[in-house]
Structure formats: C-alpha cells, structure tokens
Design a protein around this ligand. Structure first.
Ligand SMILES: [Cu+2]
Length: 162
C-alpha cells in the first residue's frame, strides 16, 4: 500500500511540474528518453555533497550517447538528482516548495540516501544544454545544480559551413 501511494504521488508531482513547464511553451518531451541498458557507451560518476554541490557540476556528453550515471551521496543528508531542462527543473522546484515531502521515483530522477549510490540510464538524443538539480527543500536555491552539455555527434559540422 505504501509503494502504491508513493508511485501515485511521484506521478502527480511530475505531471504537475511538466504541466507548468509546458504552459510557457517549453518543450521538455524531447529530453525525456530513458536509455536501454544494452546501449550504455559511457559511465559518468557524480558525487552529491552536503556543501550543496554536485561534483563534477558540469558534464559533457555527445548527442547519441547512452550514459550510465552513477550517483553517490557522499553527505549525511538526503539528496536528489533530477535531470531535465532548466525551465522544467525550476517549475518542479516551485512545486516542491508546496509539497516538501514529495518522493521522487521516475526515470529521470532519483533520491539517494546518505552513503547510498543510485543509477540512472539516459540516452541523449538532442544537442543542447540540459540541467540537473537536487530538489530537496532549499538545496536548489543553495546552488545544488549542474549542467550537461550535449554536443553534436563527432564528424557532423554545423549547417551552412563547408
Ligand atoms: Cu541536495
């Protein structure tokens, strides 16, 4: 019964955050692509710190990469890793202020207890800048966020140049 309730609240949380993100025309759907474990071609380790930082805070991947994120909570507090566009994360963070006890369990986000390690598999299918953040109350505002720069695949030149 507890599991069912948690699933329901996390689904509601996500839906509301996305609805808010969509209301300003931002397109989050293209980034929401969980990866196939058989296609992992990179592993990226990220540490969560009680200094309200991710280490490293800036990541670089290539468009087409399927990345296994290994996320370790090195602190004594609970932290989260939530991947998304900047606007979706901001909207989600606002929602969390009203619902601080919300649990997250979705392909693009994970809560990690102190000392634990969690994994997310993500396929990057568009170049551009993505963001990640911890949405535990106060953490995002304290700077617990980072970015993933998704570059064009190797060998592909920008349009219009020869
Ligand atoms: Cu945190």
């Amino acid at each position: 019964m507890k599991v069912r309730t948690q699933l329901l609240t996390s689904a509601l949380c996500l839906t509301s955050a996305l609805a808010m993100a969509h209301s300003d025309g931002m397109d989050d759907e293209n980034f929401r692509q969980p990866g196939n474990p058989l296609e992992i071609n990179r592993t990226v380790k990220v540490e969560m710190l009680d200094s309200m930082r991710f280490s490293p805070g800036k990541l670089q991947v290539k468009n087409g990469d399927t990345v296994l994120f290994v996320i370790h909570n090195a602190g004594a507090l609970k932290h989260e890793f939530v991947l998304g566009t900047g606007k979706a994360l901001k909207a989600h963070n606002e929602f969390m202020k009203q619902n601080p006890d919300m649990e997250h369990d979705d392909d693009s986000m994970v809560s990690v207890a102190p000392g634990d390690t969690a994994e997310i598999i993500w396929k990057f299918s568009r170049s551009g800048l993505l963001h990640f953040a911890c949405l535990q109350p106060g953490h995002y505002a304290a700077g617990m966020k980072g970015s993933v720069s998704v570059s064009a695949p190797a060998g592909k030149r920008p349009a219009g140049k020869h």
